[in-house]
Design a protein around this ligand. Structure first.
Ligand code: UD2
Ligand code: MN
Length: 538
């Protein structure tokens, strides 16, 4: 071959190779934008996996948030301990993460092709906080600004519920006016509790829709569109996102299972499985899902409707019960409540509430009593059957709320159970309620624990115990001879439906269907969000 022709051929080969590369990478880009055609399946799959991209870290550490949390010196140690004490989460890690960190898009694939009306009402996002960590509070606000189309974000209203931490004083005013132009900061002049604080926030709002969020959240991609679209055109609908989990220790963003809101007769919120009839086709996983109640912290509601329906019961203090109250009220008085599975917001679920109450300890009982007296009619007897100690507790005057119920001509509680929550069963001997009614094993000091007992196999002398140690996350379970004196065999059954060995780690359902195996039980850190850790008696 002549040298000229040889270099010509070589040129053609190089050019073709370059073309192939161009085509390949162009297609790769198309795939990132949504199309999955033409690509090798291994690449397709890797794109569907949630990924963390944390700026400033070596690539090997990108997927390992625990690297970020390393304690490198005594100051780190102090920060970490202080963080857990003040906020009940790992503030050290939070401080090291960007306010703008990416989080994985954990939505069902079909959500990516959902379309939303061009014209939607705009929202006032109301966030109440009491002694919140700086980086966590601001990441909440920045995530909203970063991931909400500006046309849909009327304003953000931060309500400081009389915090007494230094960083939430002038420093926060300065940050808001410098970096958060669409944000208003409202300061309560005394501690009101989250229920009255939300009402105060709503009074400052002027957007068409109110969206309430806790002060330790991160909103995900297209979070607000499904909520606003659902409310648009029918203002009596209340819209709730799926609440994903931001791990309190690692800050990893984890997808929550699709579950909905219920309650038990002690008036504790619980997560319920969604009835199979509502989840037949793939499309059902992205449609609005009717929910009898909501967890309480995150939801959207037309502002006028919120006011007309009686806002909240402002006789309730600090924390608890308001979520069931507003859920019953919405349903019984002509509205509806749905989970919008394409809307996802991460929330830090904590093991304990890190703050006290200015009006005595147990606001949950008082608040629950107000709910029961106003909304439950004759079914209140089941509440007292389960919460015997609530019988003599003070709950204040509820005549205003009863008058409201009359004025709005609301349905009975029986109507609610029959039409909205037919899956709910009445307390029986097999349920916590029945067990408490019999009077044994009621732990009065800890209202969340129904009983503490060994979990004994009915017809043998064997008990369910941890195969390694009850303190060991990932310990499997096994059967050993029951020993009544061995505390390590004692399970705590809680109102929220978890089973905690020694009250420490939770019995978890591990779904290994991806690995081709059957599900199995294991001990895990309690995540307090039902789902895989919620058990019931058959
Ligand atoms: C859940 C709800 C919460 C509320 C509560 C029942 C979710 C994700 N969270 O508890 O919103 O409905 O159930 O009442 O569904 N706060 C104040 N003043 C106070 C106490 C708290 O402003 O006196 C703030 C607090 O900073 C936080 C919000 O209220 O932003 C909710 O409190 P929480 O996070 O301790 O409640 P949580 O998530 O355990
Ligand atoms: Mn919260």
């Amino acid at each position: 071959m002549k040298p000229l022709r040889r270099s010509f051929c070589f040129g053609i080969i190089v050019a073709s190779f370059l073309w192939l590369c161009v085509i390949y990478f162009v297609l790769w880009d198309i795939e990132e934008d949504g199309s999955t055609r033409w690509l090798p399946s291994s690449r397709r799959r890797s794109h569907l996996k949630p990924r963390y991209q944390i700026t400033g870290l070596p690539p090997s550490a990108k997927d390992d948030l625990s690297e970020i949390g390393l304690v490198r010196n005594p100051q780190d140690q102090v920060k970490r301990e202080q963080g857990y004490k003040l906020y009940a989460f790992n503030e050290l890690i939070s401080d090291r993460l960007s306010f703008h960190r990416p989080i994985p898009d954990v939505r069902h694939q079909l959500c990516q092709s959902e379309e939303y009306p061009a014209e939607l009402p705009s929202a006032s996002v109301v966030i109440c906080f009491y002694n919140e960590a700086w980086s966590v509070l601001l990441r909440t606000v920045h995530s909203i600004i970063d991931r909400t189309p500006s046309a849909l974000l009327h304003e953000i209203i931060l309500v400081d519920d009389f915090s007494d931490l230094d960083h939430l004083a002038e420093q926060l005013d300065a940050y808001v006016s410098e970096h958060l132009p669409q944000t208003k900061l409202v300061r309560n002049t005394r501690r009101e509790g989250l229920i009255r604080a939300r009402v105060i926030g709503s009074e400052h709002a002027t957007g068409e829709v109110l969206v309430f969020l806790d002060s330790h959240c991160e909103v995900n991609v297209e979070w607000i569109q499904p909520l606003l679209s659902h409310i648009h055109g029918n203002h009596k609908r209340v819209a709730v996102p799926i609440i994903d989990i931001i791990d309190q220790d690692t800050f990893r963003y984890e997808s929550s299972p699709l579950v909905r809101g219920g309650f038990n007769w002690g008036l504790f919120y619980r997560w319920d499985q969604i009835p199979e009839s509502l989840l037949r086709k793939q499309e059902d996983y992205v449609k609005p899902i009717k929910t009898p109640t909501m967890a309480g912290g995150l939801f959207a509601m037309n502002r006028k409707y919120f006011n007309d329906l009686g806002r909240y019961d402002t006789g309730m203090d600090v924390w608890g019960g308001e979520n069931l109250e507003i859920s019953f009220r919405v349903w019984q008085c002509g509205g509806s409540m749905h989970i919008l599975p394409c809307s996802r917001v991460g929330h830090i679920f904590r093991k304990r509430r890190p703050y006290g109450s200015p009006v005595g300890v147990d606001t949950i009982t008082k608040n629950s009593l107000r709910v029961a007296h106003v909304w439950m009619d004759e079914y209140i007897k089941y509440f007292f059957q389960v919460r015997k100690t609530a019988d003599h507790a003070e709950y204040g005057d509820v005549s205003d709320r009863k008058a409201l119920r009359n004025e709005l001509q609301c349905q009975s509680f029986k109507w609610f159970l029959d039409n909205v929550y037919p899956e709910q069963t009445l307390p029986s001997d097999k349920e916590g309620g029945g067990l408490i009614a019999k009077g044994h094993n009621l732990i009065k000091k800890d209202p969340e624990v129904i009983r503490k007992a060994h979990l004994k196999h009915f017809s043998s002398t064997l008990c369910v115990v941890a195969s390694r140690s009850p303190y060991d996350k990932k310990s499997l379970l096994e059967l050993k001879p029951c020993n009544p004196n061995n505390k390590q065999q004692v399970w705590h059954e809680t109102f929220e439906g978890s089973m905690r060995l020694m009250g420490v780690l939770c019995l978890d359902f591990v779904d290994d269907s991806g690995g081709g195996n059957s599900p199995y039980p294991m001990l895990s850190k309690c995540h307090f969000s039902g789902g895989s850790q919620q058990w019931s008696w058959l």
